[in-house]
Design a protein around this ligand. Structure first.
Ligand SMILES: CC(=O)SCCNC(=O)CCNC(=O)[C@H](O)C(C)(C)COP(=O)(O)OP(=O)(O)OC[C@H]1O[C@@H](n2cnc3c(N)ncnc32)[C@H](O)[C@@H]1OP(=O)(O)O
Ligand SMILES: O=C([O-])CC(=O)C(=O)O
Length: 374
C-alpha cells in the first residue's frame, strides 16, 4: 500500500475542514491526539486523561483528573424511563442499535437546551454508555436488572465489572484502558464526519452522537472488529487460517480488519493492541486466536500488501477477556464518543453548514409524461 493514492471517490484525500484534535497518517503512518503521539499516550496515561484532553484541550493535572473521574462516576445512574425502554428492546437486537436508541432516548429525557451545556451532556454520555448497553445485555441475556454503578473508577474496568459481575484483573483493566485510548479519536473518519455534518446544522449533541453510532456500526468502519472475530473464530490453527484466507482472496472477498482509507503502510494502533493480544493469549494459555491472527497478517502482507487496521487484533484481545463478539463495536462507541463530541464542539466554534456539491449523472431535462403515457 506504499503507493496508496489519496484521491478519487469517497472524498478521499480532499480536505473537508480544519481540526486541532488529531493527525492521521501525517508521515504515512502516525497518529497524534492534540500533538501527543498515540504510542506515548497508550504507555503513559489513562483513557480518562485522554477523554479530558480531547474535551478540554490539555491533559489534566492530578486534582483535575481526580475531580473528573469522580464526576463521571457520579453520572452513571440511568433514568428509569431509559431503563424501561432498554428492557423493551428484543434480545436479538444488535447492541449497536441498542446504543443508538439509548443515546437518542437520553436526548429526549435530558435535552441539550443550549450549546453552553455541551460539556455536561458529553460527560453524561461518556459515563452512561457502558451501563446503557450492559443494562440491556444483562437484562435480556441473563434476566437480571444490574446496578449501572460500580466501585471501579476507570471506564474500562467498570465495563468489565458490569459484564462479568466481578472486578477485572489488572491485566484486563490495562487492556481495556489501552483499547479505549486507541479508539478515542481519528480525525474525519466516517462516523466523526457524520457527527460534524449534523453539528453543522446547529443540531443538538444527542442527534450528532446518535447519527455517528449509525455510521460506526457498518463493517467497513467500527463493525469490522466483530467481522474480524467472525473470520478468525472458525480457523483451527495457523495453517487452516492460511488456507481459508487464500480461498477468500481467490474469490475476491474482502478481509475485514485489513486496509485503511488513509494509512499507507501500517496502522500505528495495530502493534499496540497486537502486543496486548499476545499477552492475553499467554495468560489464558490458549494461543490459537493469536496465532491465526498473526498468520492472517502475514498472508495479507504477502498476497495483497495490506496490513491489519486497529480492529483486527482487537477481535482476539476482546475474545480472550470473555467479551461477547456483539459487544465489540459498542466498546468502540464508549471510547469514540470522546472524539465525536470534541469534533461537535470544534464544528460549532467555527461553523458553516457542510453542504458539498454533486456531479449530476442523470437524464437531461425532459417533460413529465401523462400517467397513461408512461
Ligand atoms: C477503525 C476503522 O474503521 S478501520 C477500517 C475498518 N474496516 C475494515 O477493516 C473493512 C475492510 N477494509 C476495507 O474495506 C477498506 O480497506 C477500507 C474501507 C478500510 C478502506 O477503503 P479504501 O480506501 O477504498 O481502500 P483502498 O483504496 O486502499 O483499496 C485498494 C484496493 O485494496 C483492496 N482492499 C482494501 N481493503 C481490502 C481488504 N480488507 N480485503 C481485501 N481487499 C482489500 C480494495 O478492494 C482495492 O482493490 P481494487 O483497487 O482492486 O478495487
Ligand atoms: O479513519 C478511518 O477512516 C477509520 C478509522 O481508523 C477510525 O475511525 O478509527
Amino acid at each position: 500500500m506504499a503507493d496508496k493514492k489519496l484521491s478519487g471517490a469517497g472524498l478521499r484525500g480532499q480536505s473537508a475542514g480544519e481540526t486541532a484534535l488529531c493527525t492521521v497518517g501525517k508521515s504515512g503512518s502516525g497518529l497524534t491526539y492534540r500533538g501527543y503521539d498515540i504510542k506515548e499516550l497508550a504507555e503513559k496515561v489513562s483513557f480518562e486523561e485522554v477523554a479530558y484532553l480531547l474535551a478540554k484541550g490539555e491533559l489534566p493535572n492530578q486534582s483535575q483528573l481526580d475531580d473528573y473521574k469522580k464526576r463521571l462516576k457520579s453520572l452513571r445512574v440511568l433514568p428509569q424511563e431509559l431503563k424501561d425502554v432498554l428492557e423493551r428492546i428484543p434480545k436479538d437486537a444488535h447492541p449497536m442499535d441498542v446504543m443508538r436508541t439509548g443515546a437518542s432516548m437520553l436526548g429526549n429525557l435530558e435535552t441539550e437546551e443550549s450549546f453552553d451545556e455541551a460539556d455536561a451532556h458529553i460527560e453524561r454520555l461518556l459515563a452512561t454508555f457502558p451501563g446503557m448497553v450492559l443494562y440491556w445485555y444483562r437484562f435480556t441475556h441473563d434476566g437480571v436488572r444490574i446496578d449501572t454503578d460500580s466501585e471501579e473508577l476507570s471506564i474500562g474496568a467498570h465495563f468489565l465489572r458490569l459484564l462479568h459481575d466481578k472486578s477485572p484483573s489488572k491485566l484486563h483493566a490495562d487492556v481495556m484502558n489501552t483499547s479505549l485510548i486507541l479508539y478515542a479519536e481519528h480525525e474525519f473518519n466516517a462516523s466523526t464526519f457524520t457527527a460534524r455534518v449534523c453539528a453543522s446544522t446547529l443540531s443538538d449533541l444527542h442527534s450528532c452522537v446518535t447519527g455517528a453510532i449509525g455510521s460506526l456500526r457498518g463493517p467497513l468502519h467500527g463493525g469490522a472488529n466483530e467481522a474480524a472475530m467472525e473470520l478468525i473464530e472458525d480457523m483451527k490453527d495457523a495453517d487452516d487460517a492460511e488456507q481459508k484466507l487464500m480461498g477468500m482472496l481467490e474469490r475476491k472477498e474482502k478481509i475485514m480488519g485489513f486496509g485503511h482509507a488513509i494509512y499507507r503502510d501500517f496502522d500505528p494502533r495495530n502493534d499496540i493492541i497486537k502486543a496486548w493480544s499476545k499477552k492475553l493469549s499467554e495468560e489464558v494459555g490458549d494461543s490459537r486466536l493469536y496465532e491465526v491472527s498473526a498468520r492472517c497478517e502475514e498472508v495479507m502482507r504477502r498476497e495483497k500488501n495490506l496490513f491489519p487496521n486497529a480492529d483486527f487484533f482487537h477481535a482476539s484481545a476482546y475474545n480472550y477477556m470473555g467479551i461477547p463478539t456483539k459487544l465489540f463495536t459498542p466498546i468502540f462507541v464508549m471510547s469514540r464518543v470522546t472524539g465525536w463530541t470534541a469534533h461537535v464542539k470544534e464544528q460549532r466554534a467555527n461553523n458553516r453548514i457542510i453542504r458539498p456539491s454533486a456531479d449530476y449523472t442523470g437524464p437531461e431535462s425532459r417533460a413529465v409524461p401523462a400517467l397513461n403515457e408512461r
